[in-house]
Write a protein that binds this ligand. Structure first.
Ligand code: DHB
Length: 307
């Protein structure tokens, strides 16, 4: 059984797209609806529509990907109008809410909430706006923002977190989240501001920000698993977690579940392989669960053994 439940919402499959991957336009969102994806997750939205950063702005390589998209999106009003249509595919719709400044988030969240997506993901971790640090790396700003959006959101509210690299940071963000009535967590966003170099061309591989960009794929899996595990332990499994980062096959997804995830999202593999990735991942995950004697993802959740 590959279905899962997050914050009381039933998902037909525990594998879905990560925000940003094939989810900007109406056509892309409808295609996700028709695919085997367990949910439709929207691109993080801003108040005004944006073209995003200049191309090339995504580059895939054997170990993963780097991107500096710069929040290309249709603007929140367009997504608010699309949500009722997207809800007809028999799977949850997760709206990813962002903004270019703190005040944008409650504006967007209120209108999106009124369109009744099944869940809202508040993105504290967009790293690709030149000159702006991520809110998720500022605990006070994060708490202020989460308390403001919580007031206008009535559907289950989740937080998309950046990777943290120190237990003290997990601890302090755990306390913030514990004070903000957060219904679910999603981690990790891309590992921010990596640099990939093409040694043959002696060049960086993406144009924005001098080549710096968010890393995804296989090279970030261990960081993602560590963050899932850290927050699963902090909340003793009581806040459901969507595991995102480095899921390229069914066994990677299984590792996320062992660490405490209730679902997984895929970015790099979806962009590289297309919508067929969902069917493959589900088949591989089902085979892995069977091989290990688990009847469902719920059964193996959090069960990783320590030595
Ligand atoms: C973008 C990248 C992110 O990692 C994110 O969380 C939001 C937006 C982007 O560059 O478009």
């Amino acid at each position: 059984d590959l279905s899962t439940t997050i914050a009381g919402v039933k998902f037909p499959s525990c594998v879905m797209n990560a925000a940003g991957a094939l989810c900007v336009t109406r056509d892309e969102l409808v295609a996700l609806g028709k695919s085997r994806a367990g949910a439709i997750v929207t691109k993080s939205m801003t108040v005004e529509a944006r073209q995003g950063n200049p191309e090339p702005r995504y580059y895939g390589f054997p170990g993963g990907s780097i991107n500096s998209m710069g929040l290309p999106n249709l603007g929140y009003r367009a997504y608010a109008e699309l949500i009722p249509e997207l809800k007809q595919f028999g799977k949850p719709v997760i709206a990813s809410v962002a903004g270019l400044c703190e005040d944008d988030f409650p504006t967007i969240a209120a209108v999106i909430n009124a369109a009744k997506p099944d869940l809202i993901e508040v993105n504290l971790s967009c790293p690709n706006i030149p000159g702006k640090p991520q809110i998720g790396y500022d605990p006070e700003a994060s708490e202020r923002l989460l308390k403001r959006v919580r007031k206008v959101i009535t559907v289950p509210m989740g937080v998309k977190l950046p990777p943290y690299f120190d237990p003290a940071h997990h601890e302090v963000m755990g306390k913030v989240i514990g004070r903000c009535e957060v219904d679910f967590l999603n981690m990790i966003n891309s590992v921010g501001n990596g640099l990939v170099v093409d040694p043959d061309r002696e060049e960086v591989v993406i144009k924005p920000k001098g080549g710096f960009g968010g890393l995804g794929g296989t090279i970030i899996k261990a960081v993602a698993l560590a963050n899932v595990r850290a927050f699963y332990k902090i909340f003793q499994g009581k806040i459901p977690i969507i595991g995102t980062g480095g899921v390229m096959n069914g066994v990677d997804a299984f590792e996320h579940f062992l660490c405490g995830a209730s679902a997984v999202q895929v970015g790099t593999v979806l962009v590289e392989e297309g919508l067929g990735a969902f069917g493959r991942l589900e088949a591989e995950l089902a085979a892995q669960l069977k091989k290990k004697g688990y009847g469902s993802v719920t059964e193996c959740r959090g069960k990783v053994k320590e030595l």
